[in-house]
Each structure stands twice: as structure tokens, then as C-alpha cells.
Design a protein around this ligand. Structure first.
Ligand code: ZN
Length: 165
């Protein structure tokens, strides 16, 4: 598994989850603490969101290098009520990736931590009739070449759904 999402939500029903939880999620002081390595991808995430018609300014996130749950896990997003969402990236894996791979990794984790997307398992026919994951939220890392060959689809899909938990 590429990433594990820890979600702790205290609302008592799915209806209050959709509406009532939002203000409580900001009951802590916002913190923007992003390792410089990841800044270009955070800025690209906001840019791509705006291209997709979503005005997103990320003000509350921690992105850092650190240990993940296994040596094969590239990144993890942790969301805990009343805390700043935290993304941890395995530096050994990161260093072996090219820029496209790296952007896919950060967009996937921001998909969890900012867009509140869950994993999407499905596949579809992509560019050149190749079988590809339907979403950047696929549980396993999508190679940067596949990501960029289908980038319009992946970016549209990423921002067309949100707040799924
Ligand atoms: Zn994930």
C-alpha cells in the first residue's frame, strides 16, 4: 500500500459529518510547515486546482521526510481532528523518483489531506489504449510516465470530487 490514512472524526452521523464538522476541523491554530523540497509541488497543486475551477490556498499542512509504515510505502497522510494534517514522505524512496513521480506522490497525499479523497481502486483505458488507474488516488504509486501521459484526466478527476470523508 502506498499510503495509510488515519482518520479520526468525532461527529455522530454522516449528515453532521458533511456540514457540521467543517468549522471544528479548524479549531486548532493553522500551521504551514512544508520542507522546501515539497514546495514546488504544493504550489503546483494550488495552480492545477485553479485550472480546474477550485480556489485552494493551502494554509494548514505539515509535509516532512520521516519514517513510513513500511519500507515500500512512499508517503502517508494523517488527519486527526483538531490537528494540522500531516504528510510524511519516505526520503529513500523519494530520492529515487523523478520530478513527475514526485509530483504524483505529493498530489496523491494532498488528495487525502486537503481534498479528503479516499483511495480509488478502479482502472480504465487511457492514452494509447493502455490500461491505467482511474485516479491519482489509486492505492499504489502511478509511474510518472503514466501520470503525465494522462495528466489532463488525472487532474480533472482529482478535483472533481472532494470531501469524501
Ligand atoms: Zn493513499
Amino acid at each position: 500500500m502506498k499510503a495509510f490514512v488515519k482518520v479520526v472524526l468525532l461527529c455522530s452521523s454522516s449528515i453532521t459529518l458533511a456540514m457540521g464538522c467543517a468549522p471544528k476541523e479548524k479549531a486548532h491554530t493553522e500551521l504551514f510547515q512544508v520542507d522546501q523540497t515539497f514546495m514546488p509541488y504544493v504550489q503546483n497543486f494550488e495552480l492545477v486546482a485553479s485550472e480546474q475551477g477550485k480556489d485552494i490556498k493551502i494554509t494548514d499542512i505539515i509535509i516532512q521526510f520521516g519514517p513510513t509504515n513500511s519500507i515500500n510505502e512512499t508517503g502517508v497522510c494523517e488527519i486527526t481532528t483538531n490537528e494540522t494534517p500531516r504528510i510524511t514522505i519516505n526520503q529513500g524512496i523519494w530520492n529515487a523518483l523523478n520530478n513527475n513521480d514526485q509530483q504524483e506522490v505529493i498530489f496523491h497525499e494532498l488528495g487525502h489531506c486537503i481534498e479528503h479523497r479516499l483511495h480509488q481502486e478502479g482502472e480504465m483505458l487511457g492514452f494509447n489504449n493502455r490500461q491505467i488507474p482511474v485516479s491519482i488516488m489509486y492505492p499504489y504509486r502511478i509511474p510518472g510516465t503514466t501520470y503525465m501521459a494522462n495528466v489532463d484526466h488525472y487532474h480533472e478527476e482529482l478535483f472533481s470530487k472532494s470531501n469524501e470523508f
